[in-house]
Design a protein around this ligand. Structure first.
Ligand SMILES: [Zn+2]
Length: 130
């Protein structure tokens, strides 16, 4: 079992991370919106920048979803337990990656499925969180 103090520390880290991500997303979205006002007749030299912004927003939002999910797991008292196989996630892993809700083995499996273009149906193995 994880030390409650350790969980509390990770919770604080996750809350800070969430704040940072929300701010980053806001900035990127403003950049994206601000650059859209380009005359369509003209060649748009910023198109690559905009695409970069859009990709970045996607990555940030995906990370934000992980962080928020980990916070829900903490609230539900399920933090530190792999959502897929129920194994305990080692504390060292959570120190490096506080938003982790899968053990290393399941994480690797999910990434393998995603690389193959398969949906690992993440929602299916989530513990019911109120
Ligand atoms: Zn697992």
């Amino acid at each position: 079992m994880l030390d409650p103090q350790f969980i509390e520390r990770n919770k604080q880290q996750l809350l800070e991370e969430r704040q940072r991500l929300l701010e980053d997303i806001m900035v990127q979205k403003q950049t994206l919106k601000g650059e859209v006002d380009v005359d369509v007749e003209e060649a748009d030299p910023d198109i690559i920048e905009r695409e970069k912004s859009a990709t970045l927003i996607e990555a940030l939002e995906s990370k934000l979803a992980d962080v928020e999910h980990a916070l829900k797991m903490i609230e539900a008292g399920q933090y530190g337990i792999c959502e897929r196989c129920g194994a305990e996630i080692p504390q060292e892993r959570l120190e490096v990656k506080p938003e982790a809700t899968l053990c290393i083995r399941c994480q690797a499996e999910v990434e393998r499925l995603l690389r193959r273009g398969q949906n690992p149906q993440r929602g299916r193995w989530h513990f019911p969180v109120a």
